[in-house]
Design a protein around this ligand. Structure first.
Ligand code: NAP
Ligand code: SF4
Length: 674
């Protein structure tokens, strides 16, 4: 667990001048699309969302990306700012932020060929693998018009009360597409030489500055590491940064990796603040503040980057979903910070499912008015929570926050339930942070924690309200031979109770099957950058070099009965990483399988209509879960007020996100609150 620094002398808490804005600290809340931008009544919710984060100490907030025209929206109906009549709703946001002492910039983002609709445009008509819609190449007139639309959007933003704008020039969106030869094959003055390719962003900034004047901040998010073939060279990046400064940009934010790059840039396995070295290379080559970014999730990590001269400011986006008060709390009560674990499950994965982005560890995010933090129960009750996995922990602290008198029973010697297994998976150590947070909050809200205690029916009957969060137990695998000693439960493997042999079959390819495969194939790591082929010298175009593959110490086969891609149901934004990691380590996958028997060390199964027999030292069963709530019927029979939450209620499609949210919901449903 991290012990955060609580001193306010840190560099991160020192003021900084960003163009016309004097910021109180060096933390930028980075741009994040929440889905509220397009939702009914979304601007009121956004105002509350940003207002809370301004109050929580963000030095400067950047909104989610808003398109300057119809063609640049990321999806049909996507947010755009193109007319003065839209000012009124943006005012709700800027007023809320200013009322809470904050400052806010609008991010202007044109998706280019990433825009997911048939009217998308790009410098050249080249389709990307991550979008089924091929873009039209912009005509010269189209380019000039787009430049003017950026400037108009910025001028409207200024009228709407924004303190500045951020121009999204990275992550592979339109401006980035102009900059590199991979996507810009134009023959006119916007293509060919780098001078021509950078003309588009330069004209945008020039045109914006002319319209908005000097008293309006302009930040440019510059792609400093494309992570694609034929990406920018470092010389090009540096010359563009210097040219942008000359045109009146007030600060440069860092962009890492195009969305189509098959290299993780923000997932939990990326080392904290690991890409700060990229921004550092530009330090001293421009006179305006540089902002570094990607996988910063603690103020400690931000401070380290600033102290080692990597940047003048640090941008964090998801950590503000996890805890709107991350900045203020880090000054006074650092252990009360709810830390982002980089899972993407409730933020980015939601956006890809057209749902409102929220946070696995903080389901209040984007729903601030539904479960107000300051609410108090009108009648305090005595509440028993049984089980201290994610659902039980969330229920206990939220019920106690509301003013109930809470006792939390846990049969094990430590809190955490399934989190204690998750934290053992290589690359998932951030779960320690969530446990640190819950642990602190239990003490903070005076929850009576009873470890090593099996709750029994009679003692539970003394409480006004009982919540059973007793979780799940593994689903049995029933085939001939599945009772033999070589067939192991994932729990025994992850707890280290048994050491599987060299040849292992994993039954089930859900989140846990993949976690177990990762655990069993883990070996001495060459380092994140080496494993993924990232050129830390930044001497090659796009920043790519040959990846160093890790060799698994075991031969692993992963099986699933359903047809289709193995692990296809893993999260949209991280599933590809897990699948690629295992593929790179030589894990063999089988789908559409029918299990026949495991006898004499051989697994017999049918795949593609043929019978196979493969020898394994061990089989690890990861075949999903069933609910575990043994006390429920007895308590109901005695007339107790009892409810089940999390896996104890329903093990299907259970994950930590649902468990934590159900704990929160249950706490607010016990009694009236105001
Ligand atoms: P899961 O995702 O439901 O996967 C269960 C696997 O077992 C499936 O691949 C399923 O595939 C197989 N299966 C189901 N019934 C079976 C049976 N009777 N015999 C043999 N195989 C069977 O469950 P999980 O892996 O236990 O994960 C539990 C929850 O934790 C999930 O919601 C998961 O999302 C979450 N989790 C998430 C992560 C993450 O990194 N995001 C990591 C760990 C866990 P077939 O039916 O096709 O055989
Ligand atoms: Fe961070 Fe996961 Fe929450 Fe997203 S859902 S903000 S990645 S903890």
């Amino acid at each position: 667990m991290t012990t955060l620094n609580s001193t306010t002398d840190l560099q991160v808490f020192q003021p900084i001048q960003l163009g016309p804005l004097l910021l109180p600290n060096r933390i930028l809340m980075g741009s994040m699309h929440t889905g509220l931008e397009e939702a009914k009544d979304g601007f009121n919710a956004l105002a509350q969302f940003y207002g809370e984060r301004a109050k929580g100490g963000a030095g400067l907030i950047v909104t989610g990306g808003i398109s300057p025209n119809r063609r640049g929206v990321l999806k049909p109906g996507g947010a755009k700012l193109t007319a003065r009549r839209q000012i009124r709703k943006h005012r709700i946001i800027t007023d809320a932020v200013h009322a809470n002492g904050g400052k806010i910039c609008l991010q202007i983002l044109h998706g280019g060929r990433y825009s997911y609709h048939p009217f998308n445009v790009a410098p050249s008509s080249i389709k990307t693998a991550i979008n089924r819609f091929k873009p039209s190449g912009l005509s010269m007139r189209g380019v000039k018009k787009t430049v003017r639309q950026y400037a108009k959007c910025a001028a409207i933003a200024k009228e709407a009360g924004y303190d500045g704008i951020e121009i999204m020039g990275s992550e592979g969106y339109l401006i980035n597409q102009f900059l590199v030869t991979a996507t810009n094959k134009r023959k006119d003055q916007y293509g060919g030489s780098f001078e021509n390719r950078m003309r588009f962003p330069i004209e945008i900034i020039r045109c914006i500055r002319e319209r908005v004047g000097a008293e309006f901040a302009i930040i440019f998010r510059l792609s400093m590491l494309d992570l694609i073939q034929e990406g920018s060279s470092w010389d090009e990046i540096q010359s563009l940064a210097q040219a942008l400064e000359r045109e009146g940009v007030d600060a440069i934010n860092t962009g890492i990796g195009w969305h189509e790059a098959r290299i993780p840039t923000i997932a939990t396995l990326v080392p904290r603040g690991g890409f700060a070295f990229v921004t550092k290379k530009l330090m001293g080559h421009v006179g305006i503040p540089l902002i570094t970014t990607n996988r910063f999730n603690t103020i400690d990590a931000c401070e380290k980057a600033l102290q080692s001269g990597c940047a003048d400011m640090v941008s964090m986006a998801r950590p503000f979903l996890a805890d709107p008060e991350i900045v203020n709390k880090s000054k006074t009560k650092p252990n009360s910070v709810n830390t982002c674990i980089g899972c993407n499950q409730a933020c980015l994965d939601h956006i890809f499912q057209n749902k409102i982005a929220t946070c696995l560890v903080n389901p209040r995010a984007s729903h601030e008015s539904k479960w107000p933090l300051q609410a108090k129960a009108t009648k305090a009750r005595s509440v028993a929570v049984v089980g201290s996995g994610p659902a039980g922990l969330s229920a206990a602290i939220e019920a106690a926050r509301l003013g109930h008198k809470v006792t939390l029973f846990e049969s094990a010697a430590e809190i955490g339930g399934q989190f204690n297994m998750a934290k053992r998976i290589p690359g998932k150590d951030e779960f320690h942070e969530t446990l640190r947070y819950f642990d602190f909050m239990l003490t903070h809200f005076n929850v009576n924690l009873q470890l090593n205690t099996e709750a029994d029916v009679n003692s539970l009957l003394n409480f006004d309200h009982i919540m059973l969060a007793t979780g799940v137990k593994p689903r049995a695998w029933n085939i001939a031979g599945s009772e033999t000693a070589e067939v192991l439960s994932y729990i025994d493997v992850l707890k280290g109770n048994v050491e599987p042999g060299k040849r292992v079959a994993i039954i089930g390819a859900g989140g846990i099957g993949f976690d177990v495969a990762e655990y069993l194939t883990h070996t001495k790591h060459p380092g994140f950058f080496e494993e993924w082929g990232i050129d830390q010298s930044l001497s090659s175009r796009g920043g790519l070099h040959r990846p160093e593959r890790m060799k698994s110490p075991r031969s692993i086969h992963v099986f699933q009965r359903s047809a289709g891609k193995v692990g296809g149901k893993l999260g949209k934004t991280t599933g590809w990483i897990h699948r690629l990691q295992l593929k790179n380590k030589g894990v063999i996958t089988h789908s559409g399988v029918q299990y026949l028997a495991f006898e004499n060390g051989k697994l017999d199964f049918i795949e593609s209509g043929e019978t196979h027999s493969l020898a394994f030292d061990h089989v690890v069963v990861c075949a999903g879960q069933i609910s575990f709530a043994p006390l429920h019927s007895q308590l109901e029979a005695k007339g107790a007020t009892v409810e089940r939450i999390g896996g104890a209620l329903d093990a299907r499609k259970l994950d930590a996100q649902r468990a934590i949210r159900e704990g929160l919901e249950a706490a607010y449903s016990i009694s009236d609150w105001k």
